[in-house]
Design a protein around this ligand. Structure first.
Ligand code: MG
Length: 385
């Protein structure tokens, strides 16, 4: 058996997936790639197969599969297609850790499968915990599976509590850059374009999460993610806007002491830490220079303008299937905005109407969460017409 950590990357052609492969490339003595998956990007997946020689790949699109199937098998890489293959591949023996970098609700089933088969999870797919945090954390506990956060804020909290696991958190502060529209009011946001919304000041990320950052839904999803990762109540999770994105989040303990994790914004660091934990390994990432940032500033988030953050706090407080409903609505409205079907402010306004129209379930089973997801999407699509 290989002594290298064998990694499956779900979503290897996206922003997190490609950065994870950069990390692996720089530490090929420690890591090897066993599985790669993509939805449609056949050309990039093929390039990755040639370089990393994984055991197995999955490409969800049949068209993409037809394009690369022969070459993959000729190189000794098994190649499958379809949604089911994406789930099944997570049970393979040749995997030590699954990096879930899928976007949205689609990450849920593969993550559950990986947990069922005892694979540790490096979680970059926050929607999975938002939708089904209770079920996921419960099953992970039963299987002795660790969930390592890749989201920079949650990685920051995780880094702050290493060595403190016996000390309960009093509170966490998740930092938010505020996105490209920080300081603007609703009137000024009425007519902002997709292009302006995709222009994030500090982080380079995929389209869905970049729009979520502009609407602050990203921070909303993150407070719910924090609840499940760290076992917190809503009054223990605060958001503070920190436009420079140098402090990635803060843990506060019961003696009042606060620990912050900081550095230049670079997703490769939390990816690498999730893969190398409990060790820290070398990196060539650019180092922070205090003199480049003589002032780090903080302000309160504006929940009247960015109503998604308020909606997320309400969903967090109410619990049950409400976070699932909010997430589903937002996946639809986020995409509708990108497609030019609705305006920027409609995202939050429609999200709010959807959650008001979903019947509340206190302790939903998985099946009911799938129903909530479907029903919320249906209502959102209706409202967009
Ligand atoms: Mg984040």
């Amino acid at each position: 058996m290989s002594s290298k950590k064998r990694i499956a990357i779900l979503g290897s052609t996206g922003s997190i997936g490609t950065q994870a492969l950069d990390v692996i490339r720089n530490h090929s003595e420690k890591f090897e790639v066993s599985v790669l998956t993509t939805n449609t990007n056949a050309d990039l997946l093929m390039e990755q197969v040639r370089e990393f020689e994984p055991n197995t790949v999955v490409i969800v699109s049949e068209e993409g599969h037809a394009k690369i199937n022969d070459e993959c098998w000729n190189l000794g890489t098994k190649c499958y297609t379809g949604e089911e293959a994406l789930v099944d591949v997570c049970s393979m023996d040749e995997i030590d850790i699954v990096l879930t970098a899928l976007v949205g609700f689609s990450g849920l089933k593969p993550t559950l499968k990986a947990i069922e088969y005892g694979k540790n999870i490096a979680l970059a797919n926050k929607e999975t915990l938002v939708v089904a945090g209770e079920i996921i954390t419960q099953r992970a506990k039963e299987k002795g599976v660790n969930i390592y956060p890749v989201d920079s804020e949650h990685s920051a909290i995780f880094q702050c509590i290493v060595g403190e696991f016996h000390n309960p958190l009093e509170k966490v502060y998740l930092t938010a850059s505020g996105g490209p529209f920080r300081g603007k009011n609703r009137n000024e946001l009425k007519s902002v374009t997709v292009k302006e919304s995709l222009n994030h000041p500090n982080w380079s990320m995929g389209a869905k999460i970049t729009i979520d950052s502009a609407t602050m839904m990203n921070k909303g999803l993150e407070i719910i993610e924090a609840k499940w990762l760290f076992g917190l109540k809503e009054d223990q999770i605060d958001v503070i806007v920190h436009p420079q994105s140098i402090i990635h989040s803060i843990a506060q303990f019961r003696d009042g002491s606060m620990k912050a994790q900081m550095g230049l914004p670079n997703m490769k660091l939390p990816i690498q830490f999730a893969l190398s934990y409990p060790n820290r390994i070398e990196s060539n990432f650019e180092r922070f220079n205090f003199l480049d940032y003589p002032s780090l500033t903080f302000e309160a988030p504006d929940q009247e303008t960015f109503i998604n953050l308020r909606l997320a706090y309400e969903a967090l407080k109410k619990g049950g299937n409400m976070p699932c409903a909010l997430n589903a609505a937002n996946e639809v409205t986020n995409q509708a905005f990108i497609d030019g079907k609705i305006g920027f402010l409609d995202i939050g306004d429609i999200n709010e109407k959807v959650v008001q129209n979903i019947s509340f379930q206190n302790k939903p089973e998985l099946e009911q969460l799938f129903e909530t997801d479907n029903e919320s999407r249906r209502i959102a699509v209706e409202l967009i017409k």
